[in-house]
Design a protein. Structure first.
Length: 437
């Protein structure tokens, strides 16, 4: 049922990962086509009559942030500052009935596949077959490109299959059409995302089609950088390495979340690939593309993780010297397989272990950065801050990886590429000076 009043200006708050952000951008695109006035992540509530909160429900901290945000806008609604409050996304999908009972002030809760219902609810008409009609919330020169939804993996700690369902690949031509639309609108860098990127196309005909998709994207004129995220180590399609070598606009960068290296922990996590297979895969990737930048993410404090198993992980990080690395402390999520295990690592120990891993990585990052001083690197400028332009190399994904601080000796344009001489190394960033063409 549609609202009885005009929604007025609509605010969209997007919480959680880049996959959630894409959903928000699609929703905003539909609202724009309905001539609604919209604002993303508004700093001020003034003039906004309808608020839509796109929630995250992945881990405990993210769920708490989502709940806190909902409660904040419930108070604003009670105070008459907004007329309508809608909640969508992962938290809403996972706990819809519970939320309806505990926070009834929200006008309606929607799941992760209810964009059409949201548009109708605010008084609009859902426009079908409009591929790529998104309202980007990122800087106009880069975007995230979601190639699939859901996940078929059964990792013990992960609630995503419970929230997003089984893996569903988007048709290849649909993805290419969206990519071309984004590029025609000024996007120069596409960051490829899904819950399991390397599984792309397997649901079509039991073959992995990521190499074919990468080739198609790489042929798009004007697309300078293509970056791979969320590649799963078990069954990694090595053929994508040949595609990466062939096309210079595919960044020499792979995000491959490994989570752990202890054989027992990996088995309990239901990760598929063994420790030996994981190390062999890393070696094969680096042997095939020596200049590759590898990013990984790890989990510490998994149920039963012993000191010896943690030390094994720490040694693995020291030995493998990943270019980029992130650490999460284990979150005990109901309805997952590992929820049946006792969450017996104290939060203080989890945090201490995470800090130890990041301390190791900090030294590795500084060592790698020092090796780049004096070299020339291709950098894209993302933004301007105080005395510097802030950019990235092809070895860095936006928002999560290292940045290049470029001293303001010349006027630079956001979204443009420049040759930069690296003159200083920081722990996680580089300092550079522009080299005029």
């Amino acid at each position: 049922m549609k609202t009885n009043q005009s929604p007025g200006k609509i605010g969209i708050i997007s919480l959680g990962c880049a996959k959630n952000l894409v959903d928000s951008e699609i929703l905003m695109g539909q609202m724009h086509l309905n001539n609604f006035r919209i604002v993303h992540n508004p700093e001020k509530i003034s003039g906004i009559r309808t608020m839509v909160i796109n929630t995250c429900g992945f881990i405990r901290d993210a769920k708490q942030e989502s709940i806190d945000t909902i409660l904040e806008y419930v108070q604003l609604k009670k105070a008459g500052k907004i007329n309508h409050l809608f909640v969508m996304g992962c938290l809403s999908e996972r706990y819809k009935e519970q939320l309806r009972k505990e926070i009834p002030e929200v006008d309606e809760y929607f799941g992760v596949n209810n964009l059409e219902e949201i548009i109708v609810r605010v008084g609009g008409e859902y426009k079908r077959n409009l591929i790529g009609e998104r309202r980007l919330t990122t800087p106009s020169h880069f975007a995230y490109l979601k190639i699939a939804e859901g996940c078929d993996r059964q990792c013990s700690f992960c609630a995503i299959p419970l929230i997003r369902g089984k893996h569903r690949s988007r048709p290849l031509q649909e993805i290419l059409t969206e990519a071309k639309t984004l590029v025609s609108n000024g996007v120069k860098e596409l960051n490829i995302i899904s819950q399991d990127t390397t599984y792309y196309g397997f649901d079509f005909d039991k073959r992995k089609h990521l190499p074919e998709l990468l080739s198609g994207l790489a042929e798009i004129q004007g697309l300078d950088w293509i970056r791979l995220h969320y590649t799963y180590p078990d069954g990694f399609p090595l053929s994508i390495l040949d595609v990466m070598k062939h096309y210079p606009n595919i960044c020499k960068y792979i995000d491959i979340p490994l989570q752990h290296i202890s054989p027992r922990i990996l088995r309990s996590m239901r990760r598929g690939a063994s420790a030996k297979e994981t190390i062999r895969l890393i070696s094969k990737i680096r042997e095939t593309i020596p200049e590759i930048a590898l990013r990984t993410s790890l989990i510490v404090g998994y149920p039963g993780e012993s000191k010896r198993e943690f030390d094994e992980l720490a040694h693995f990080v020291s030995e493998q010297k990943f270019d980029r690395l992130g650490v999460f402390t284990y979150s005990h999520e109901e309805d997952t397989h590992s929820y049946n295990l006792k969450d017996n690592i104290r939060p203080m120990i989890k945090n201490k272990r995470a800090a130890e891993i990041m301390s190791i990585q900090e030294s590795i990052s500084l060592e790698k950065n020092l090796s780049k001083t004096g070299t020339m690197m291709k950098v894209i400028v993302d933004r301007e801050e105080n005395d510097f332009y802030i950019g990235r190399t092809e070895f860095d994904s936006p928002e999560v990886d290292n940045e290049v601080l470029i001293r303001k000796t010349s006027k630079l344009k956001t979204g443009s590429f420049y040759k930069v001489k690296i003159v200083e190394a920081l722990n996680f960033d580089l300092v550079g000076e522009i080299v005029l063409k």
